[in-house]
Every structure is written in C-alpha cells, then in structure tokens.
Ligand binder design. Structure first.
Ligand code: PGA
Ligand code: ZN
Length: 427
C-alpha cells in the first residue's frame, strides 16, 4: 500500500495573472506529484467556494495564502499515512474536515488541489497514466476509452472578451466521426480562418481569456455568420465536418426577470427568449447550447429542452454546477440533455465522478471542461478521457495553458492507437 508522507501547498499564478494554489504530495517519502487548480471568471452562484484572502494589500484581495495554510496545517496532517488510491475515502476526510455545505471553510480550491494530487498519486502508485488509472478504477468508459470530441471556443464575449458581444462563447465542433488529431487540425484551421475574416472586415479584435477572438460586432448572431464565412474559406463543410455551438452564460445578462442583449433594443421576456433560440436554431442548427437561460429558472429550461432538445444538446453549466442534488433535479425535470463537468465547481474528484456517473446513467452527454483561469496542469485532459467524456471544452486552440491540454490529448491518442510492437526475431 502506498502512503502519503508529505503535503505541501504554495501560491502560484493562473493564466489571468491571478493567484491560485498548487499542492505537491509525496508518497512513500520519494515519489512526488503536483496539481494546481483552475478558477472561473463567470462562476455559477451554486458552485463550491474558492477561498481568497481578501487582503487588499496583496493581489487586490485575490491571494490564496489562507487556502495554502489550510492545506499545509489542517489537511496535510489529517491525510498523513493515508493510501492515495482510496480516493473516495480520502476525499470524504477532506469534506468532513471542511464541514460546510459549499467548502467555504477550508476552500474548494484548497480541497481540490489535494484531491487532484491524490488522483495523480493513485495513478503513480499503480505506475499508470492518470487516464488509464481512472478508467480502470471507475469503468466509466468503454475499453479502450472512446476519445472525447474537442469543442473549440473560438470567439469570446461576455465576461471573457474585451469586445462587445453578450454571449460568452461561440464554439466550433468538429464531427464526432473524426479522430482526435483530425478534429484538432480542423479546429486550428477554422480558428486561423476566423482571424483572416476578422482582419478582412476590419473588426477590431484581440483574444479573450480563453484564447478566442474578442471582436466588436453589430450583434451576437453576426459572430455566428462570421464563423460560417470563415468555414467557407476552408476545406471543411459546415453541417458535415464542423458544427456550431454556444455557451450563452445567460445569467450574466439576466436582469429583473428579462434578458437584455444587443440583438434587440427591448429586453426579451423568458418566453420571447425561448422563441429567439428556436429561430436561431432554425437558422444555424446549433449542435450544443449551454446555459441558455437563468441558472435558477428550472421550469423554463424544461420548456426549452422540450422544444429543441432532440436536435441540440442543451447543456447545464451554471444550472447544475457539477452538484449531485442539482443534477438529479435537472434529470428529474428534464431540464437539459448534457452536463458541463468541472471538478472545481464541486471541489473533489470523487464527487465530480459521482455526478458524471449519474449524468451518464441518465443518457446525458458529458462535456468535461477547463475554467477560464487555468494553469499548465494537463490533468483535465486525462480526466476527460478516463471518465469517457463525450466532449471536451478546453477553450481556443491558442495560449499555452489551453494548448497544454490539447497536446496532452495528442499524447493519449497516440498511446491508445499505438500498435503493439511485433516481437523481434533473429531470422
Ligand atoms: P468560467 O467560464 O470558467 O469563466 O466560469 C466557463 C463557462 O462558463 O463555461
Ligand atoms: Zn458555461
């Protein structure tokens, strides 16, 4: 049995230049694993709580020294000598130590840094890559695991982009028929084609925090038109090789019971907004539609899913927050047909896996997702393959912290498709 012999956390920076926490676990006094945690910019109200120092003298209050101290002084001693392969048991120790409903006492960031490191340590104890370890442990995927299809966030609006779009993410989704490396190439080529089209139109653009372009456009649906124009300049066919998706993150522009976006002067009532989506879907055949409505309006989600859920994957992110109770409610009320799974929304790896299991058993599509604030830790790529996610959401194919995940998936793909070496003969 492997044993945890040291737990050491420190403060590092994420891709937004905001502090986050990194934890190193030592097992059996010799082998080490390190894990860091991501953070959201457009977080759901019902997510587990990130502990920040709120000391205005450091990083505008965003420091995580309290969370670091909680790992070093509280969590570390409690898991000393524990077996890292007992993920659920050790995660339960962390949950009990925290004692709150939303992990606000020790911090979900502190807890997840340890829980993720534990998962890596468990894999190391078996000398397995993390995706194979997860697969062998939880059997959530076929053998060998089918590869998730990457979805690329190529235009960033809302809280993610400096441009003027209300919708947060405009996605391109390569056909699930493609191998991962073909899908990656497709995503990259369309991404560069969008750059060219934006330049041609003189639409001012920089990139947003997930690496997608952040242009100023007349309205939100113009961004979809622009992507279609870009696809037409490539060898890929829209509707055959590549599809469109949205993460609207609608709670961010839901005010006083209405949805205010630049596509119409008057704000939309919920019923009008559902009709707007039906029209948008008739025009663009959205493959996925994430967070189309306010995060607590369960009944309207059910109505929308009834209308478009057979042709479009309606994905709950802020609605479900990788939370077991909310996911069970979403399933019972038929609010969506897919879930965005983010371990840091709930704070431990075993709780995230429990939610994914529930979603899969309900026949939902599972999208394993990064956060807008990321590090170069590529754990989430192994996690996505290991739990048999249908899709990944790792941002644009640009910026080091996103590329780390895409490149890790390339490694995993080549491991999974490698032909066994023929035995050498001396003939
Ligand atoms: P976040 O956004 O990581 O900034 O919270 C991602 C999302 O809404 O899917
Ligand atoms: Zn989202």
């Amino acid at each position: 049995m492997a044993q945890i012999t040291q737990t050491l956390a420190k403060e590092i920076l994420d891709s937004r230049g905001i502090p986050t926490i990194e934890t190193t676990l030592t097992i059996d006094n010799e082998r080490k694993v390190t894990a860091s945690v991501p953070a959201g910019t457009s977080t759901g109200t019902h997510e587990a709580v990130e502990l920040r120092d709120n000391d205005q003298n450091r990083f505008y209050g965003k420091g995580v020294l309290k969370a670091v101290a909680n790992v070093n002084a509280v969590i570390g001693p409690a898991i000393l000598g524990k077996d890292p392969t007992r993920q659920t048991d050790v995660d339960q120790i962390l949950v009990n130590l925290d004692g709150s409903l939303n992990k606000s006492r020790l911090g979900a960031n502190a807890i997840l840094s340890v829980s993720t490191a534990l998962c890596k340590a468990g894999a190391l104890a078996y000398n397995l890559p993390v995706y194979k370890y997860l697969f062998a442990k939880y059997r959530l995927a076929k053998d060998p695991p089918t590869f998730p299809t990457p979805t690329f966030n190529v235009i960033n609006g809302g809280k993610h982009g400096a441009g003027n779009l209300d919708f947060q993410e405009f996605h391109i989704i390569p056909s699930t028929r493609m191998s991962y490396s073909q899908a990656l190439q497709t995503g990259v080529e369309v991404y560069h084609a969008i750059d060219q089209v934006l330049t041609k139109h003189g639409a001012i653009h920089s990139v947003g925090i997930e690496g997608g372009f952040a242009p100023n456009l007349y309205n939100n649906s113009d961004a979809l038109e622009l992507i279609l124009e870009a696809i037409r300049t490539t060898k890929y066919k829209y509707g055959e090789d590549v599809f469109l998706g949205l993460d609207v993150a609608a709670s961010n522009f839901y005010k006083g019971g209405k949805y205010q976006i630049k596509d119409r002067k008057e704000p939309f009532s919920t019923k009008e907004f559902i009709d707007y989506y039906k029209g948008l879907n008739d025009q663009y055949h959205l493959y996925t539609l994430e967070d189309p409505l306010f995060e607590d309006d369960w009944g309207s989600w059910t109505t929308l899913t009834k209308e478009i859920g057979t042709s479009t994957v309606v994905i709950g992110d802020d609605l479900l927050t990788t939370n077991k109770e909310r996911t069970l409610k979403g399933i019972a009320e038929k609010c969506c047909t897919g879930i965005l799974a983010k371990p840091n929304q709930i704070g431990t790896i075993s709780q995230a896996i429990e939610v994914i299991t529930i979603a899969k058993n309900a026949g939902w599509q599972v999208v394993v997702s990064h956060r807008s604030g990321e590090t170069n830790d590529d754990f989430i790529a192994d996690f996505a393959v290991g739990v048999g996610a249908h899709y990944t959401k790792f941002g644009a194919p640009a910026r080091g912290e996103r590329i780390a995940k895409y490149n890790r998936l390339l490694d995993i793909e080549s491991e999974l498709t490698a032909k066994p070496q023929a035995p050498q003969t001396n003939a």
